[in-house]
Design a protein around this ligand. Structure first.
Ligand code: PLP
Length: 391
């Protein structure tokens, strides 16, 4: 089915998400469906499983309800939930065959980059890192008939570089490769990778999809339920990487407010980015919504309605000033991760460790839904104190 053939939903995505696809409890009429916790299901007297459920490792009704919301957001034929974002991402690579060639970005989510450069090689994948912003470099790196997968992340950690999804889809498909996208930072509110030609979308649902920093979860959504997708389904079943029903319930609850949260956080990120650009203690602000950001033209055409809740600042005075700034905040929470209702600040190079391409003067910011003025004031006082202009 071509992306354009998909029937538009009758209600908007914001509406469908707020009501978790309109599901209610069939027994009580409760407007919130129950959580299905059974690990095993009754077999019928005629030896069949008419309910379609057999056992909890392959499948679960509450997980299916969460998957339906994600598939709706991504305009996907199907979605699958995993016990983490990493489990979801690795499921895609494990569906490849030893010997397959894979392209991945040079700068990307650190833990997955590490896995690709270690375990993925043992599994027999030939992983090559390229600059996905350089289309000629990507064209030169794809090997027709050999490259099975091109993996991109846009905007990508922690510089928020943009990759042109439609251009990458064309290059990948011309070489017979699939295109998969880590769309965690973009969120399905602002970008629809499948509609732009991608084959698979991955989310660390731990982040904005859940949005409350209380669930670890990962999602995949597919344009087609083809043989490759069926391998991913089989992998989740054998590895037992399915999300738990309680986590799926929390995720459904988080996604009821996805649209509102993400739009508010994105507006805050843009506001902060513009104000920090003029800040005397900041050397550079990295945010795709700024005209000065190298990825802005692609972001402006590919992201609709906002540029996301993630930004980074490069602090004048180098690593020590950056760490001192993070130490001086009172409202922002000093923590890794992103996409929650509370704003987070992180000295990214410290967590990435040796070999990280992350600049040491960089602080990664995840805007939450607090009052943007409070967020500005708090970081402003931390910057000024770190630079000795106050007290
Ligand atoms: C957090 C994150 C992941 C990994 O997700 P987990 O749920 O922590 O396994 C992958 N990609 C991006 C962009 C992330 O932010």
């Amino acid at each position: 089915m071509a992306p354009s053939d998909r029937k538009p939903a009758r209600w908007s995505k914001r509406t469908l998400s707020a009501q978790a696809m309109g599901k209610t409890d069939p027994i009580t009429g409760g407007i919130v469906p129950s959580i299905h916790i059974a690990t095993t299901y009754l077999r019928d007297p005629d030896n069949q499983y008419s309910s379609g459920f057999v056992y909890g490792r392959p499948d679960n009704q509450t997980v299916r309800e969460a998957e339906a919301v994600i598939a709706m957001w991504e305009e996907a034929e199907a979605a699958l939930l995993f016990s983490s974002g990493m489990a979801a991402a690795i499921a895609v690579f494990m569906a490849l065959k030893p010997g397959d060639h894979v392209l991945a970005p040079r700068v990307m989510y650190w833990a997955l980059r590490n896995w690709l450069l270690t375990d993925a090689q043992q599994w027999g994948l030939h992983v090559e890192l390229v600059d996905m912003g350089d289309l000629d470099a990507v064209k030169a790196a794809v090997k027709p008939g050999k490259t099975a997968l091109v993996w991109i992340e846009t905007p990508s950690n922690p510089l928020w570089s943009l990759t042109d999804i439609a251009a990458l889809a064309e290059i990948s498909h011309a070489a017979g490769a699939r295109l998969a996208i880590d769309s965690t930072a973009a969120t399905p509110v602002f970008t629809q990778p499948l509609a732009l030609g991608a084959d698979l979308v991955m989310h660390a649902a731990t982040k904005a999809l859940n949005g409350h920093s209380d669930v670890v979860a990962g999602a995949l959504a597919t344009a087609k339920q083809d043989a490759f997708w069926r391998k991913i389904v089989a992998h989740r079943k054998s590895f037992g990487a399915i999300l738990g029903p309680f986590e799926a319930f929390l995720l459904i609850r988080g996604m009821r407010t996805l649209d509102l949260r993400v739009r508010a956080a994105s507006a805050t990120a843009l506001d902060l980015a513009k104000r920090f650009q003029k800040h005397p203690d900041i050397a550079d602000v990295l945010y795709p919504g700024l005209l000065s950001h190298p990825g802005h033209p692609i972001a402006a055409s590919q992201m609709k309605g906002g540029f996301g809740h993630m930004l980074s600042i490069r602090v004048r005075g180098g690593e020590a000033s950056a760490i001192a700034t993070a130490a001086g905040v009172m409202l922002w929470k000093r923590a890794t991760s992103l996409g929650g209702v509370e704003s987070l600040i992180e000295h990214r190079a410290s967590i990435e460790g040796d070999g990280s391409p992350c600049p040491t003067d960089l602080l990664r910011l995840s805007a939450g839904i607090e009052d943007p003025e409070d967020l500005f004031q708090d970081l402003d006082q931390a910057l000024r104190r770190a630079h000795g202009s106050v007290g």
